[in-house]
Design a protein around this ligand. Structure first.
Ligand code: R5P
Length: 291
């Protein structure tokens, strides 16, 4: 097995190679003056299973194309199988046609990866897990909510309740609550398909004088979490801890979250970020061992 550190996920590739006790493949990478990517496999990959670490967090389009180059190149050089470790799988928000005429982006992206020789995608808490069934490339979707919650157990929570927004909210909050030995519930969300603005509401949850852990698979603009924090504060929550797997954090989302009253943000290293106190490397290594 050859472990290939794609430019988007070098740190994670180093951690996984350390856990597996396998050295990283020597890969030459440079960017031409006009911005195009160049790669050269220095080590031979012929007849090998090639595992490419390349998240597709921002800049998504560049990271996706780099993954395609690395995968196609490996197959062209005789790799027997390509496994793409894509801790954050981009474009999963556009998993259907919400409005007439829209492009279903995730279908296109998965089709391109298939065409580029990717035989399997290993990802973490994908935004739309229901697309696994229709994906042209087999997807293994690992769940990092447990490791995230294990870290939060150190935070000395008082009478905690775990809440998560959206339609996957109940599964996420239940998984975290099991680890934290806490109550759980959901935060109802409604997103405007034209503006993207989200409305949240707390229904049937009592947060008064309690520590609240809000978990989410991803934070992008921070809009959902900031609105949730405002509602929780108004309802009398004590401390508010925010945990997420994918901290995309566009336009200073983290600052908005902290200034709206969150006491801490804890994220994983699935996307490189400064709140990555929890690593998904162990989960990835465990899955790769089965190959
Ligand atoms: C929604 O389904 C997700 O779980 C997140 O709540 C959402 O993607 C976060 O986006 P934003 O940070 O832009 O509100």
């Amino acid at each position: 097995m050859k472990l290939v550190p794609g430019p988007a996920s070098i740190e994670l590739a180093i951690k996984v190679s350390g856990i597996l006790g396998l050295r990283l493949t020597d890969l030459e990478h440079k960017t031409f003056p006009d911005g195009e990517s160049y790669f050269r496999y220095v080590d031979c990959v012929e007849n090998d299973v090639v595992v490419i670490f390349q998240g597709t967090h921002p800049p998504q389009d560049k990271h996706i194309l780099q993954l395609c180059l690395l995968s196609s190149g490996a197959k062209d050089l005789g790799a027997s199988r390509v496994v793409a470790v894509v801790p954050y799988l981009a474009y999963a928000k556009q998993d259907r046609r919400f409005k007439e005429g829209e492009v279903v982006s995730i279908d296109v992206v998965l089709g391109i990866l298939k065409q580029s020789g990717v035989d399997k995608i290993l990802t973490v808490n994908m935004h739309a897990p229901w697309i696994i069934d229709k994906s042209p490339v087999p997807i293994e979707n690992l769940d990092a909510i447990g490791v995230l919650a294990s870290y939060i157990t150190r935070m000395n929570l008082k009478n905690p309740i775990v809440l998560a927004p959206g339609k996957k909210g109940e599964d996420m909050s239940a998984a975290a609550a099991k680890v934290l030995n806490a109550d759980y519930g959901t935060i109802k969300t409604k997103r405007d398909i034209n503006t993207g603005a989200v409305e949240v509401s707390l229904e049937d949850v009592n947060v008064k004088d309690r520590d609240v852990v809000v978990v989410d698979d991803m934070i992008s603009t921070g809009g959902t979490i900031v609105k949730s924090i405002n509602a929780l504060k108004s309802a009398g929550a004590r401390r508010i801890l925010v945990g997420c797997v994918h901290a995309i954090m566009v336009n200073d989302a983290d600052k908005k979250i902290l200034s709206s009253g969150a006491d801490a943000i804890v994220a994983t290293d699935a996307v490189p970020n400064k709140y990555a106190f929890v690593s998904v490397a162990g989960l990835l290594a465990e899955s790769l061992r089965k190959l």
